[in-house]
Write a protein that binds this ligand. Structure first.
Ligand SMILES: Cc1ncc(COP(=O)(O)O)c(C=O)c1O
Length: 370
């Protein structure tokens, strides 16, 4: 879009940006195909819902909804700090980890600096980096769909400011293990920020060789977590970063003053205190994941083992992935094609409740006529 003077109104990094395209909603699918029932297995949400304690907390917070939220979310910040054995000044809360990624992009880059990540990872990072106009090096994942940390380490140059690693990764569900993480941290210069996005931490933390990034003492690590996944609060938009105080202090300057919302803060605090619900959520995913692996093994489907709440199916071609996703959609099973995440022949399936997995399996058999 250019003017008579030839000066563009929209800068080229925005003009050429591919925005994040969210998965289909239940209402959209109900309108379009009118299936008897719908299994929304497309956006890695918690299919069990959220802790029953959240509702009560929201009702309470609603009584003062006319007031602005606490800009530093003191109560929630203190709870997160305590549980992670850090000070509140090490914690920043914002409207989901997507917002924190945006804050990282606003806070840390000078012109000409670059960032590095995998070619198949969380699209939100590609988008926010693009908005900021930062050059992004996207390093292909390995043949077993893992971050290629050796290639990433080799790609670091004088202008590199940030490496982003989702661990476990979305959409692949794979992870870099303790040895790999420790090796990687030794390669990274201390003036390069290492963003460890642990959106699926609660599902992954018991895996023996999973590196909990917070347990490592490096000043340049920024850990991201969210209430959108295992806590079941994606609709509230609450996420947090934990990092050294200097980094957090500067990130505070670029976050929107009143994020996250007052209801989000109250809901997240209540959810954070309900260990029972969290344990149940993780157990449901573990059980359904085992069942899905077995189903895929029995039907000769190629898939990738995951330590998060989704499993990736690998098809031969992009056409097959388009066709399968569409046919499943018409049966009310919403899945996610992950072409935008860099893997056009793959499909991501959020692991759901047992009745949703029944629906998935039944529809799969009808669609593939197996
Ligand atoms: C790795 C990763 N990071 C961040 C997010 C965004 O989470 P939030 O809802 O906290 O913005 C997602 C959501 O799918 C994700 O998979």
């Amino acid at each position: 879009m250019s003017t008579k003077t030839g000066k563009p109104l929209v800068p080229s990094n925005i003009e050429t940006l591919k925005p994040y395209v969210a998965g289909k909603t239940i209402a959209e699918v109900a309108d379009l195909y009118k299936p008897d029932k719908i299994a929304k297995l497309a956006s890695n949400e918690n299919r069990l819902g959220c802790s029953p304690k959240v509702k009560e907390a929201i009702d309470e917070a609603f009584k003062v909804i006319q007031d602005y939220p606490d800009p530093v979310a003191r109560k929630l910040r203190a709870a997160i700090a305590e549980r992670n054995s850090v000070d509140p000044e090490n914690v920043l809360l914002a409207s989901g980890s997507e917002s924190i990624i945006s804050i990282l992009c606003k806070t840390f880059f000078l012109n000409r600096e670059n960032a590095i990540t995998a070619d198949a990872t969380f699209v939100g990072f590609f988008v926010q980096i693009g908005v900021r106009g930062v050059h992004l090096k996207r390093i292909p994942v390995t043949t077993d769909y893992k971050y290629d940390i050796k290639a990433i380490a080799n790609a670091i140059d004088e202008q590199t400011k940030m490496v982003y690693i989702a661990n476990p990764n979305n959409p692949t569900g794979t992870y870099i293990n303790k040895d790999e993480f420790e090796w990687f941290m030794q390669q990274v210069p201390e003036d390069v920020l290492v963003v460890m996005d642990e959106a699926y931490f609660e599902y992954a933390r018991e895996v023996e060789d999973y590196p909990r990034a917070l347990e490592y003492d490096y000043e340049n690590i920024i850990v991201l977590r969210t209430f959108s996944k295992a806590y079941g609060l994606a609709g509230f938009r609450v996420g947090y970063a934990i990092a050294n105080k200097e980094l957090i202090k500067n990130m505070m300057k670029t976050k929107l003053t009143f994020e996250p919302t007052a209801l989000g803060q109250a809901g997240a605090l209540a959810a954070y205190g309900d260990d029972e619900f969290l344990a149940k959520s993780v157990a449901v995913v573990e059980e359904s994941k085992k069942r899905l692996y077995k189903f895929f093994d029995d039907h000769d489907v190629e898939y990738v083992k995951s330590i998060s709440n989704s499993v990736m199916m690998v098809l031969e071609t992009e056409e097959e992935a388009i066709d399968f996703t569409q046919k499943m959609l018409e049966k009310g099973v919403i899945l996610r094609r992950i072409n935008a995440f860099g893997l056009p022949n793959c499909i991501r399936i959020t692991v759901g409740l047992s009745e949703e997995m029944d629906h998935f399996e039944q529809s799969f058999l009808e669609v593939t006529k197996k």
